[in-house]
Design a protein around this ligand. Structure first.
Ligand code: GPW
Length: 842
């Protein structure tokens, strides 16, 4: 048996002996972590604190203690990590390479404790040392290396891949600054840099020894190679180094620890040499900064790429590092690259990493001597593409001018891919030049640019959308020409979320209730939640279920009080809308409902005793350059403040907008929610994943027939879901007829009252101009048809009120939401990717 071979016993409490025994020769000795006892943990912790950090316990700060605790926990994962890597090396099989510009990981400590099942031991060890475990846990700044749904999906997927022991590796960028921290000043969003590394980075392992060089710019030329063949080559103008940082991705209590490899940019020797030679010290340091800018900051635009040069540099940077890393380090030295597809499938998380396709061609041809046809043969088997949107403004295009300047060789390759592809199109559809133009990888207007989605579709083995409806629209409306050419290329994989983080960690009490009721094991077999169905009518169970919800609400109230100084009423329906601020998601529709309810109460139109008290919670970041989104945030905050100061309504409604919604806050908010708001215009939200988290935590959804809402409703049942709004075909028909929002305003008195009240300045200190940007847009543009869906939304909210008054009926529905949402585990998503894309049987 080799080092750390499979038969090495797993570490568990039965492993005897000190962790700190000198190791015998590494060829035979397993890596042994610290002992799984309270004393063993405390000793390991003190060793970290004293000998690694060089701090005495009684002199140590909370930060010192947090860092030592983190390093102690990761010490317990180390043996499994090394063993997993070695097992994979011994038995090379096809791997999944997940390429994503974003990973919105959330805090690492809780997840690592759950994966190792060390929570109790760690807590007792800290207590035995006189330390406050929860205070230490609260120190962690979550790695916010993503914007929203797309980045969080990547984090859920790598969690599932590890929990299912799928050979896989995640590749991405180690941004020095993640998504900005949101603060409010006078109700307006102000962004603060997210210096998440400033406390130290106990979860990462830098490997400067494994740096990779990445080239940029310059020109290409033809040259005669040793065999007398004319070949192209790239003469780059500058380069940077990529330093890999490894993160552990532990599976759920299964002894597997996968790797997430994030790249950080650093100036190369050449930069340093220039420093030396030029004698211009300041200029040389500037050059260094230039190189390091590449991984400096996450672009905060969600679904609206700005087409910035630095962004393309980031994309190429991490993809070039990753492919080189895989080919040079992961494959055996003599591996035959014409069989590369037997070792890897790269999943492209949207178009951000699509430059990997020409990069793979370049590597195979220019660096590994392959001919075009052979290189294409294998490249076109190594990538699959996931699309996460339908919004035209979200589709990435890169100007040819920029692409040529930054990546001249790649531009040549893209042209050639396109030529051969368009030949195929012309063959299949002779004489159809309009079709050729629509399908071309190069768009001509408004400027010549590379359509990254087309490139991904041409090269990908499969193209998938992220929910059933989305995949259908993707195939039939966004890429119909491609579907006509390659009908079998298109498939669906409905998104999912990890039950480890979003049920076990976020909702411990519900988890305990579930385990007490159906036994353990549901965390990795989430369809087992079905076994809860019979308990929807069980008095004892539903009573406990209600108590759990109330406890989660109480916890949230105390968190919001401490975190934001927000005081919420104890007993009110908790109505939550948390997601990025985007017009298509329609936070304004929610706001119109709130204003309408306020107006009903203050005008006496409804009797106070008929009102179901509600607390509305928003969480949303706006892209810093997205004007309308920021105006909407301001207006929500204005309404919240006015309502809080109006004694006519404070006992019946409250609006809370805690700043800086992130994964950490999501974990506190979602378990407390009664009502989940999923109200995008039908056809615009590709999937949504928050919607799944709420259902799994026993919130009922009010939602449109959009994204994964469709599947949630099918599964939980119509009677346990509040559907409203136009269906996608109705939306399309209305858009074709021509949509005039003002006609809805004119003909609907309730809508008119709500809009007039917003416009009046009532919520903005009497200043009408402050509400005007949002109100005028709604009245005269309303691209996402909020006014058209308003009445239907109001009617659905009335049904929500009625249902909520029936405590037993509501609880029953909530239980059924949990019981019937097991499908939305990201483990199931991974199974679908394996079956339909990565390892298809046929
Ligand atoms: F525009 N999504 C996101 F498609 O969070 F690229 N950021 C993005 O930039 C894009 C999509 C992009 C989201 C979708 O809006 C959401 O519906 C989906 O659930 C999520 O990606 C994961 O698939």
């Amino acid at each position: 048996a080799g080092w750390l071979a499979d038969e090495t016993p797993r570490l568990d409490s039965s492993v005897k002996g000190s962790a700190f025994e000198p190791t015998s020769p590494r060829a035979t000795e397993p890596v042994v972590g610290p002992e799984r006892t309270v004393d063993g943990f405390a000793k390991a912790f003190l060793d970290e604190l004293n000998f690694e950090a060089g701090v005495a316990l009684k002199r140590s700060t909370t930060t010192d203690q947090y860092l030592a605790l983190a390093r102690t926990i990761r010490g317990y994962l180390m043996a499994d990590w090394l063993r997993t890597a070695e097992r994979r090396r011994q038995n090379p099989t096809k791997m999944v390479g997940y390429l994503s510009a974003e990973y919105l990981l959330g805090r690492q400590m809780g997840n690592s404790l759950l994966a190792t099942d060390l929570g109790d031991i760690a807590e007792q060890a800290m207590t035995s040392l006189g330390l406050d475990f929860n205070l230490l846990r609260a120190q962690e700044i979550e790695p916010g290396l993503g914007n929203g749904g797309l980045g969080r999906l990547a984090a859920c997927f790598i969690d599932s891949l590890a929990s299912m022991d799928v050979p896989s590796i995640g590749y991405g960028i180690r941004y020095e600054y993640g998504i900005f921290r949101q603060t409010f000043e006078e109700g307006r969003q102000v962004e603060v840099p997210d210096a998440w590394l400033s406390l130290g980075a106990p979860w990462e392992f830098p490997h400067p020894d494994r740096a990779v060089q990445v080239n940029f710019g310059g020109t290409t030329e033809q040259y005669i190679d040793g065999d007398g063949r004319t070949r192209p080559r790239w003469l780059p103008a500058w380069n940077v180094q990529g330093i890999p940082y490894h993160y552990m991705v532990p599976g759920y209590q299964n002894g597997v620890v996968n790797t997430l490899r994030l790249w950080s940019a650093r100036a190369t020797q050449e930069f340093d040499l220039e420093i030396f030679n030029s004698g211009d010290y300041a200029e040389a340091v500037r050059a260094q900064t230039f190189a390091e800018n590449i991984s400096k900051v996450l672009y905060p635009e969600d679904s609206t790429p700005q087409g910035r040069e630095l962004r393309l540099q980031q994309q190429y940077f991490f993809v070039a590092c990753s492919l080189k890393d895989f080919i040079d380090r992961t494959l055996e030295e003599d591996f035959d690259l014409t069989r590369l597809d037997e070792r890897i499938i790269f999943q492209l998380n949207d178009t951000h990493p699509v430059i990997a396709i020409p990069e793979m061609m370049r590597l195979l041809m220019d660096e590994h001597d392959m001919e075009w046809a052979a290189a294409w043969e294998v490249t076109s088997k190594c990538f699959a593409y996931t699309c996460h949107t339908l919004l035209p403004e979200a589709l990435e295009v890169w100007p040819v001018e920029l692409m040529t300047r930054l990546l001249p060789r790649h531009m040549e390759i893209i042209y050639r891919i396109n030529e051969e592809f368009l030949d195929t199109v012309r063959e299949a559809f002779p004489g159809d030049e309009l079709r050729v133009r629509r399908m071309s990888v190069i768009q001509e207007h408004p400027e010549r640019a590379v359509r990254m989605a087309n490139l991904a579709t041409v090269a990908g083995v499969k193209v998938n959308g992220v929910a059933a409806l989305h995949s259908e629209l993707l195939r039939d409306k966004l890429l119909p020409d491609f579907a006509a050419l390659w009908p079998n290329k298109f498939t669906n994989v409905t998104n999912g979320v990890t039950p480890r983080r979003f049920i076990r960690l976020a909702n411990q009490q519900l988890s305990t209730l579930i385990t007490d009721t159906i036994g353990p094991g549901w965390e990795t077999d989430l369809e087992r939640l079905r076994e809860l169905e019979p308990y929807a009518d069980d008095a004892a169970f539903t009573e406990s279920f209600r108590q759990v919800k109330q406890a989660n609400k109480d916890r949230l109230r105390s968190i919001l009080s401490q975190r934001d100084g927000i005081e919420l009423p104890e007993h009110a329906m908790l109505d939550v809308m948390v997601k990025r601020l985007h017009e298509y998601k329609r936070q304004t529709l929610k706001l119109l409902h709130i204003v309408s309810m306020y107006d009903d109460i203050t005008s006496g139109r409804v009797r106070r005793e008929d009102v179901v008290p509600r607390t509305f919670v928003f969480g949303a970041k706006a892209a810093p350059g997205y004007f309308m989104a920021k105006e909407i945030i301001f207006l929500i905050n204005s309404v919240a403040k006015t309502i809080a100061q109006d004694p006519r309504v404070t006992d019946l409604m409250a609006v809370a907008f805690p700043a800086n919604y992130n994964v950490t806050l999501a974990n506190k908010l979602i378990p407390a929610a009664d009502l989940s708001e999923q109200i995008s215009l039908a056809g615009k939200e590709a999937s949504g994943t928050g919607n799944m988290k709420f259902a799994l935590n026993g919130a009922l959804t009010i939602g449109t027939d959009d994204g994964a809402n469709v599947e949630i409703r099918e599964l939980v049942g119509d009677e346990n879901f509040f559907l409203f709004g136009m269906l996608e075909p109705e939306v399309a028909a209305l858009a074709d007829r021509g949509y005039t929002p003002s006609s809805f305003y004119e003909s609907n008195p309730a809508l008119k009252r709500a809009i007039d009240l917003l416009a009046s300045g009532h919520f903005t200190g009497g200043d009408r101009s402050l509400a005007a940007p949002v109100v005028d847009d709604l009245l005269y543009k309303d691209r996402f048809m909020a006014l058209a869906d308003f009445q239907s939304y109001l009617d659905a909210q009335a049904r929500v009120d009625a249902a909520y008054r029936d405590v037993d009926g509501w609880t029953r529905s909530a239980v059924l939401n949990v019981a019937r949402s097991g499908f939305f585990s990201s483990d199931r998503s991974m199974r679908d990717y394996l079956d339909r894309i990565w390892m298809p049987k046929s």
